[in-house]
Design a protein around this ligand. Sequence first.
Ligand SMILES: *Cc1c(COP(=O)(O)O)cnc(C)c1O
Length: 415
Amino acid sequence: MKALKAIDSEIYDLIASETERQRDKIRLIPSENYVSTAVLEATGSILTNKYSEGYAKKRYYEGQQFIDVIELTAIRRAKALFGSETANVQPYSGSPANLAVYFAFCRPGDPIMGLALDHGGHLTHGWGVSITGDYFEPIRYQLHPETHRIDYDMMRDLAKKHRPKVIMAGATAYPRIIDFEPFADIAREIEAIFCVDMAHIAGLVAGGAHPSPVPLADVVTTTTHKSLRGPRGGLILMKKKHRKAINRAVFPGLQGGPHNHTTAGIAVALKEADTEAFKVYAHKIVENAQHLAASLLEKGFDLVSGGTDNHLVLVDVTKRGTTGKPFAKALDKAGIVCNYNTVPFDPRPPMDPSGVRLGTPAITSRGMGKAEMESLANWMARVAENLENEDVLARVAGEVKELLKAFPAPGIPVD
Ligand SMILES: *Cc1c(COP(=O)(O)O)cnc(C)c1O
């Protein structure tokens, strides 16, 4: 980045520091990952210079000879990878992709249904502070109080009673496989649109490590930058009968020109995801999460639902004598980055809840395996016992940095 260094040393230095941070700390935030150098190159390309409002062959500006092919390539690869009838690759990110679904199928005030945020759902599934909870009438299903799995009976009863226009399945903090069939069945019965937001698990679905929602759902939305390991962006997969409504909702409904550099990066990531190596990666993410869960249980941590079948572990840390926020802060000092998170039916406030959320997509991209999951659980136990002991935290941070030398991150130079 010679030009950047010469023109703007301030931003250059900050990027250099962030590069080191990403290299030298263990990233356990389940929505984060490391993209490949190829994805970085496409995303950082001159494609950022081009305006192309509209869709391929129906644009408002000239000069689309190559942009059209890039967008059509991304669509073709998305369809092939996920087996969907068609796709829209223009949403700026996951939240705008979900807004497009509501805008396509609902009017203000219509009921929409999703998993409650404090039970693992996303803001855009109808939470109050989101436009989706303000402009629509949110209906929220929850987890079962004993199993901490989705309460499918509650979901079905609420759907019959309120007849939402859109039923959302998908989560940001749910460690179990989602059974899409009960959603599809009730959506068919009440003639609702069934939308799956697979943002967190898209990479697992692509690699065959989680059942695919694509055959069952009317529409599937996702981010492209989480387990799918692409640039920050959004993607909508859909049945052909919904193409017109969704495409109109994205443009001109919600957005102007698509971010062509991102579209190119998404196309590259989709190509990378359509390989044997990525299938191995997706299964390894789950295996690592299960090893991490087992190791944490051995160390006396309490896990929501008792374990995991995907990329994510939700840990209730209160039985370990701490709470989410101080534990996450101490872990960060020790070189282990995660986020504090509510647990289902959490008696504690959202700003210092009972849990932390851990995920294995990023560390699996660095090639870690079973032995490293055991080290992680050991470190987490040491940190829980030494929350305010700066010496211990610094010592763990040193050990973390040393370990990471053997696990270079994709896209990040070793020195
Ligand atoms: C991350 C996420 C989103 C939002 O994605 P952004 O790109 O941050 O807007 C939406 N839904 C779910 C389930 C997510 O996990």
